[in-house]
Design a protein around this ligand. Sequence first.
Ligand code: ADP
Ligand code: MG
Length: 338
Amino acid sequence: MPSISELGEFGLIDRLTKDLKIKNKSTIKAVGDDAAVLDYGKKQMVLTTDLLIEGIHFDLSYTPLKHLGYKSVVVNLSDVCAMNAVPKQITVSIAISNRFTLEAVDELYVGIHAACDRYNVDLVGGDTSSSVTGLLISITAVGEVDKGRAVYRNGAKPNDLICVSGDLGGAFAGLKLLQREKEVYKSNPEMQPELKGYDYILQRQLKPEARLDIIKLFEELKIKPSSMIDISDGLSSEIMHITKQSLCGSRIYDEKLPIAYETEKFAEELLMLPSVFALNGGEDYELLFTLAQDDFKKIEGNPLISVIGYTSKPAEGNCLEGRDGSEVELEAQGWRHQ
Ligand code: ADP
Ligand code: MG
């Protein structure tokens, strides 16, 4: 296999974008010109971008490049979904140092293409550059939504139901596990990482998914959430974004937090409370949304959705009720990478 410098910038771009088949009607012109052309007709377009930097957002010592490519796409698609929109196109820009081989960049793109296929999204452009150290990935995603269907952070009303998709804290558990095994490895490189039996939390950390299925479910059930956000920085911090922008308070119940058995088990192994993982751990990429009470019957008993509390008047603040009935004010510890 040639090196990246032998291939040159244009050769590399060709290699990374060859065989692209267009999946969406709205993609008029994809890779190969100065800009992509998209046709959004009467729909509205949502646009979002993210920048990922080696050493800040990801650690290549335990992140396979294929997973990194997949996850870099997914985090952007999750932002599109959080607007109640359907992702359609992405652009991918990378800066690579000479430490990276062509195989490595190929691997990254295997993950990027896999995510595009999984979510029916077209890769329509990007940029390629060199960097002095490390890898940078910037992805921009475009999605479409019917007029009047976009959901913002600021639409919740007091007494709406607060709901989340899936389960929480798993990605943080997976990160803690990988960091622990990295430390073990650093102190004794002979040791093999002990990752058996931890598949679920590892997958939550390394290969998260965007909840496009929930956006489709809303459409089927004729639900429009009053507000929505994706959970990238931990539940507490996201609840506070919604209540701050919607001018309301919130009450959530510890016992209602959806936490997978595997996450609980690992939290206990670290002598930590599983609900701390759920409240303050990042990167679950589940959706947090509020619903008018009238919509309750539409989601009642749905295993994909948990009702964890309700919004209140602003004066009541953001309150977490413990299993013993105690109350604490939610704190947005937020999620700082690394
Ligand atoms: P320009 O000189 O206009 O920036 P480039 O030579 O950088 O054009 O890119 C040529 C085409 O390849 C463009 O359509 C661009 O969007 C696409 N492209 C460049 N880099 C990437 C990449 N890393 N991934 C996907 N598409 C890319
Ligand atoms: Mg360019």
